[in-house]
Design a protein around this ligand. Structure first.
Ligand code: PA5
Length: 385
């Protein structure tokens, strides 16, 4: 993974933070070393499911969305996600599902998230009496409603290590089980994660923190591949929920997909307020590509150019135009979208956000604002005596 910066001055590495990290790394850093053989066994024995319904929200659903969108192939099952409690989306999903042929994965670290459980209770009724054979639970090892239910009903269960929080759990069963069902090679994914460069992540965090302190309180992340949309959504949560912790500290994430969003946001980025730090992620090789065979005369310059070549030309042109306007910019490029690059990217951003927390002196692993909302919702829904 190559990173190039423009309109940004390079800091010297914060050796104190790096030394602390080496001595006492965060819990998620060890995930790529964990044993994933049970997950692989399960995926190998469960190839018959052609539809997989994932029920979870936030850090318990975005990892699965990220990896299944990026790594699914022609033999992968179809993945569906129930996150929100919107009955219209639920109805659309339910009409597409053949419940007899659907594997249901319920994911919740706490095992008690209202939206996830409400969706699960609805789905359980559709599954009928055989539901126990079709439901897999991914939850914390010790406590929580889902853990108790899984024990009582003897459901297949995978554990989320107690010390790993939702948005940092992509390399735990939360991301690995759906990825394995999609047919991804977990060894390569975790190998990629092990190759993530912690020094580069700290360097990136230092640059982003410095830009934030100079008034760039928005970070725009633009990915040039549709199959990385899920990854951008996951990154958005990682940055927002981990760093937004006080009235003075918080970076607002903005996500975009190139080239599509050039036609909706580029005008603002180029000529609007200079309040953003930009990160562009490009892909060098998409594999299968399509050439433009015989374009009309006016578009003769497209002859024999491929979709990928045009997309890459636009990537280059857009980043150049922002550099010309003196916007601070980071350009990341990966060779291709595969297990290794996804593993590396995921671990890189988790490290980057962890270091950002250290630099801006906030705890990246808590979410008191979200917890408060959960408590108030329960209060509204509970009948008063
Ligand atoms: O990142 C987080 O911690 C949150 O987004 C949680 O993942 C989300 O609130 C869902 O929580 P749980 O996994 O306990 O159902």
């Amino acid at each position: 993974m190559k990173i190039k910066f423009s309109n940004i001055s390079q800091p010297t590495l914060n050796s104190k933070i790096f030394a602390d990290f080496k001595k006492n790394p965060p819990a998620f850093f060890a995930l790529p070393k964990s044993d994933f053989s049970e997950i692989e066994k399960f995926a190998a024995k469960n190839k018959q499911w052609r539809q997989v319904l994932i029920i979870g929200i936030g850090g318990s659903s975005l990892p699965a969305r990220t990896l299944t969108a990026a790594l699914s192939g022609k033999n992968s099952p179809e993945f569906y996600f129930l996150e929100n409690l919107d009955p219209t989306s639920a109805k659309r999903i339910f009409t597409k599902l053949d419940f007899k042929k659907t594997l249901v994965i319920v994911i919740s670290k706490s095992g008690g998230t209202l939206e996830t459980l409400a969706n699960f209770f609805v789905v359980k009724k559709f599954l009928g009496n055989a539901w126990r054979k079709q439901v897999v639970v991914i939850t914390e090892s010790e406590k929580g409603f889902l853990r108790e239910l899984a024990k009582k009903e003897k459901l297949t269960t995978f554990e989320i290590p107690a010390e790993i929080g939702g948005r940092f759990s992509i390399l735990s069963p939360v991301g690995l089980l759906p990825a394995a069902l999609a047919g991804a090679n977990l060894g390569e994914l975790l190998d990629g994660a092990r190759k993530a460069d912690a020094r580069k992540a700290l360097n990136f965090a230092q640059l982003q923190a410095a830009e934030f302190q100079r008034g760039k309180n928005i970070t725009t992340f633009c990915v040039y591949a549709d199959t990385l949309k899920g990854f951008a959504k996951w990154w958005e949560q990682l940055l927002a929920e981990s760093i937004g912790k006080s009235s003075k500290i918080g970076i607002t994430p903005e996500i975009a997909v190139g080239v599509t969003d050039q036609h909706s946001k580029l005008q603002l980025w180029a000529d609007g307020p200079n309040d953003k730090f930009f990160t562009f992620l490009g892909v060098r090789n998409f594999g299968k590509d399509f050439k433009i065979p015989n374009p009309p005369k006016d578009f003769g310059f497209l002859k024999n150019k491929s979709m990928q070549q045009i997309l890459q030309a636009e990537f280059l042109a857009t980043t150049k135009s922002l550099v010309e306007r003196r916007r601070p910019l980071a350009i990341l490029e990966i060779e291709k979208i595969d297990e290794e690059s996804l593993g590396k990217l995921a671990q890189f951003w988790m490290l980057e956000v962890y270091f950002l927390g250290k630099l801006l002196k906030v705890n990246p692993f808590s979410q008191p604002g979200v917890e408060r909302g959960k408590i108030l919702t329960k209060k509204i829904l509970k009948p008063t005596n």
